[in-house]
Design a protein around this ligand. Structure first.
Ligand SMILES: Nc1nc2c(ncn2[C@@H]2O[C@H](COP(=O)(O)OP(=O)(O)OP(=O)(O)O)[C@@H](O)[C@H]2O)c(=O)[nH]1
Ligand SMILES: [Mg+2]
Length: 204
């Protein structure tokens, strides 16, 4: 998709009613600090429309970014952040669950994991829960730039094994620094929502 227009359209807190969209949605889940908001910025070609931080726990609401009036990218709060009080974590967890369970327009869930680490217990639980909800998560292995090229293959294998992915399950290594992997992610999203660029006027 060629990005023409992006807008943070809806921000949902713990007590907010979730929007009843008619456009397709694609959501990004993963532990705090894994790079969800950075990935969304990269996909939108924006530096900082989605707020990012080196401190985990930055995104605390569900944020819906309208892309070209055609679809939404949905930035979720991260899980597994110890500094957030337990009561808050439970509320965020419920909010994320409520969204993933309830959205009628959700086409796919991308699950982000850090390419440098074996998936955590939380990552596995999230993966299994997304599957249980009837989705087939697409894994994005983030922070690819932090590895040497010679380390990538082994790291990808460890992530695949850690989550128990099958050979047909998709995993895309990605770097928000170098933008490696971005085109492949857009290709997958275009396929998911059945998007093709409208023919340019005057073109045969
Ligand atoms: N080197 C490198 N740093 C990254 C990459 N992606 C994200 N970061 C950094 O990791 C930190 C966290 O990124 P965010 O995008 O805010 O992470 P998040 O998953 O949205 O975090 P929460 O909102 O807290 O759940 C920031 O300091 C980013 O600059 C990447 O691909 N490479
Ligand atoms: Mg974030």
């Amino acid at each position: 998709m060629i990005i023409r227009n992006v807008e943070l359209e809806t921000v949902c807190g713990i007590t907010s009613k979730l929007p009843d969209h008619i456009l397709p949605e694609i959501a990004f889940a993963g532990k705090s600090n894994v790079g969800k908001s950075s990935l969304i910025n990269a996909l939108m070609n924006r530096k900082s429309l989605a707020r990012t931080s080196s401190q985990p726990g930055k995104t605390q609401t569900i944020n819906f970014y309208n892309i070209n009036g055609a679809m939404y990218l949905v930035d979720l709060p991260g899980y597994g952040f110890a500094k957030v009080p337990e009561s808050e974590r439970v509320k965020w967890g419920r909010m994320i669950e409520r969204y993933l369970q309830g959205s009628k327009q959700l086409q796919a869930v991308f699950l982000l994991v850090d390419i440098r680490h074996k998936p955590s217990g939380n990552d596995k639980t999230m993966y299994e829960w997304i599957v249980y909800q009837g989705y087939r998560p697409i894994i994005i292995a983030t922070k690819l730039d932090k590895l040497k090229r010679s380390q990538v293959q082994k790291a990808v294998k460890e992530v695949r094994e850690g989550l128990g992915l099958g050979p047909d399950d998709r995993l895309i290594p990605f770097s928000a620094e170098t933008k490696q992997g971005r085109d492949e992610i857009w290709q997958v999203m275009d396929e998911l929502i059945g998007w093709t660029e409208p023919e340019q006027k005057g073109k045969a």
